[in-house]
Structures are given as C-alpha cells and as structure tokens.
Design a protein around this ligand. Sequence first.
Ligand code: HEM
Length: 459
Amino acid sequence: SNHMTFKAPPVYEPIPFVGGLIKFVQGPMRLMSDGYRSKGEVFTVPLAHKKMTFLLGPHVSAHFFKANDDEMSQQEVYEFNVPTFGKGVVFDVDHKVRAEQFQFFAAALKTAKLHTYVPYFVSEATEFFGKWDQQGVVELQTELSHLIILTASRTLMGREVRENMFRQVTDLYHDLDMGMLPISVMFPYLPIEAHRKRDRAREELSKIFAKVIQARKASGAQENDLLQHFIESRYRTVYNGRMTNEEEITGFLIATLFAGQHTSSITSSWTGYFMMTHKEKWMKPAIEEQKRLMREHGEELSVEVLNKMEVLHAIITEALRLFPPLIMLLRKAKTSFSVTTSKGQQYVVPKGHIIFASPAFSHRLAGVFERPDEFEPDRFQAPREEDKRRPFSFIGFGAGRHGCMGSNFAYLQIKTIWSVMLRNFDFEMVDPFPQAQYNSLVVGPGPCRVKYMRRKLKV
Ligand code: HEM
C-alpha cells in the first residue's frame, strides 16, 4: 500500500564470485574510492558470507556515531582484540559491563586528571631529547615511538614499571604488538608463531602486573597514574559493586596502551613531516608561538601553556585529517536503519551488515573540506572552521558515543613533544615525504629520516 520504496544500498561488486576480497587485500582505500566513484556515499560490498556497507562522508554518518550499542555494536567487529587485551575486559564482556569499564577509562582521562600526567610528559621529553647529540640523522617515527612508550609506561603503568621493569615490559608489549596482524582481525586464534608469542607475552604481563598491584596495595602508596585509578575503580551496577581485580586492571592498561601508542606516535611524526615541508608557512609560525609563550611563561610547560598553542594544535589536527592512523571504524548493525545521502537518496541498511566509516577517505571528500588534499591547518581556525560546518566532518578521533576518550591526553602529549623539539632543534627532511602504509592495521608513514641541529631559541 505504501508507494515509497525503501531500497537497500547499491551493491558494489568489483570482481564476480570473489566479491570484495581481492580489492580488500589490495588496499581498503582503493576499494572505497572505486566503490564511491561508481555508487556514491553508501554501498554494500559482499565479502564471503558477510555484507560490508560503507557510509562515506558526514551526510550519511550520524547513525554510525550516535546510535547506541543495541543498534550499532562494537563487540563483534572488535572481538579480535580479546586475546591481546585479555579475558573479562572491554570486548570480552557484555555491553553493560563494558559501559562501566569505559567509565573507568573516561574518569582516568578526564581533564582534571590530565594536570597530573603533564609533568611526566615534560620530564620524559626533556630527558629523551637531552640525550640527542649536537646534530644527527634519525628515523623520526622510531624515535617518537620510543619516547611515547616511555611516557606511556610512566603515566599508565606507573613508577614501578618505568623505573624497574621498563625493558622487560616493553619487550613483552612488543610481542603483543607484533601479534596483532591484519590476518588477526579475521582469525585471531590462527595457530601462527606471532599469535603464540602474543599469548605468552599476555600471560607474562598478567604475572608482572599482579605483583605490581599487590605491592602497591600493600604499601599504600598513592601515585598519579592510570594504574592507581584503575586499582581504585569500583563497579556500580554490575558484579555486586565489587572492586576491579588484577586481571582486569592488567587488561585496562593494555587496552589503553594499544589505543594511544601507535596513534600518537604516528600523528606526532606526520606533524613533524608537514612542518618540515611547510617551513615558511607553518613551521615558522609554530616557532614564533613557542617564543611568545616563552616570553610570557618562561620555560614552563603546563596544561595552561600547552592549551595556548593554537598554531601547533591546528597543525596536529590537519596532520590527523590528512593521515588519520585509524583509517576505518567498524560496527555491526543490530537493527536496520535508514540513511539519506547528500543527493537525497534514501536507503535502508539491513541488520546484520558490517558497517564501515572511514576517517581517511571521508576527510578527503571535496565539499566537506576545501582543497581536501592540501595541508592547510587554518581550515580549523577562525574564520574558516570548516570542521564546524557539518557534524562528523572531522572524525580522526571518531565522534559521538564512542569518540576517543584520549584525545586531550594525545594533544597534550604531542604538543609537549613538539614544543620541546621546536625549542631545542632545527629540523630538515633527509628523505622524500613518506607514503602512508595503507595496508597496515594502524596506518602510519613509511620510514623517513630527518636531520636535527641543536640550537637555543632566542626569545
Ligand atoms: C577511541 C583515535 C589517542 C583512548 C578512539 C576512536 C578513534 C581514536 C578514531 C574511535 C574508535 C571507534 O569509533 O571505533 C585516536 C587517535 C589518537 C588517540 C588518532 C592519537 C592521536 C588515544 C589515547 C588514548 C585513547 C592517547 C588513551 C590514553 C581511547 C579510548 C577509546 C578511543 C579508551 C574508546 C572509546 C569508546 O569506544 O567509547 N580513538 N585515539 N586514544 N580512544 Fe583514541
């Protein structure tokens, strides 16, 4: 009786019989751009027995970001993290428990807490760059990952690990990290050496943290770190209101480490490469901003001072727009839902589909950002503010219900690092501007060396 027809999204099937698989292994960016060109903002790619529906761009993204977990679920699509994060936490528990555990993360990362972490960012960065020579050539991302894992171990895992067990814990973290391969997303329990090493490392970390937690509880020491916060967290509506246990706390620390490690080191690296290739236009103003803040505040780097670094902030955001490390975000549709494209076409996406949003692809759509392939940090500043024209335009940190809880932490950390670098060194690219490695799970730049020369900034 209803003459309105509710159509399913168009199917984009690049290769008969094999479905999306070939294009997918060739690189998700290629699949998305081919699908977008032939079908538009919404299309479905059949992959084996699954249906993958892509929602590309802000017009069709609202449901993805705003829906609750009964409508758009993370559990099925992010379950591959369970062997890494561990049992009983995050994607291994039902959504009620997960919601409470996410509350622990949110509380540990809220603005008021960040004041207590920033001094560690500063001391780690100062010490790290203090060890650099008068001049030299470094592979930038290798250096920055190293620094960020030092800071992470200090602010997340705590003094005991940072001071006494750093080598041991980072080696185990390395094995965990190497055990998360693109193949692990589909087959997390595939019996391969990388997975065996991952499982051994996970067990070892449980033992180490059990000891650290017991010792800290016994000593009654109070530290300013996420470990302390997780130790003191208590469930409210589930598990009869008990406290978190050692196994869970270990899982929270690992999950936080995975959320913040590569994402931050990748973003800090792109930030540097863009400044070095836009010296007059952006590196100079960023240095001028440091000088001004040094005149006003001396050497001090506090939350207050870091929050005043607007030029650096815009540069970081623009690096993240062009090269978001998480190129695709996933959900499973538990209910069907409708989307309306920018051209007014309406589709109903059936329940059961795996839904994809893509920061990397959407950020470069013409019509969302002006000259989308150009590095123009002022697009985020007044009067342009292109990200404010439409919700879900900038999604480098995700958005809505499951938007990144660590974005302020990340900005403060990256700004501290670049502030210390800009105040103490000049930089130059040695290699050509690196390519993004779109076939990795977390996408960063390929190897790229830079030259540094120590100098003192004259204010
Ligand atoms: C979620 C990006 C740093 C903790 C997310 C999401 C993105 C993201 C895109 C949403 C995932 C989704 O919707 O499926 C980034 C980037 C970072 C960064 C680009 C650095 C530049 C951090 C740091 C931490 C952190 C440093 C913690 C210290 C989290 C947590 C969530 C999250 C806990 C889950 C939120 C939820 O599901 O409700 N992040 N992140 N992130 N991030 Fe970050």
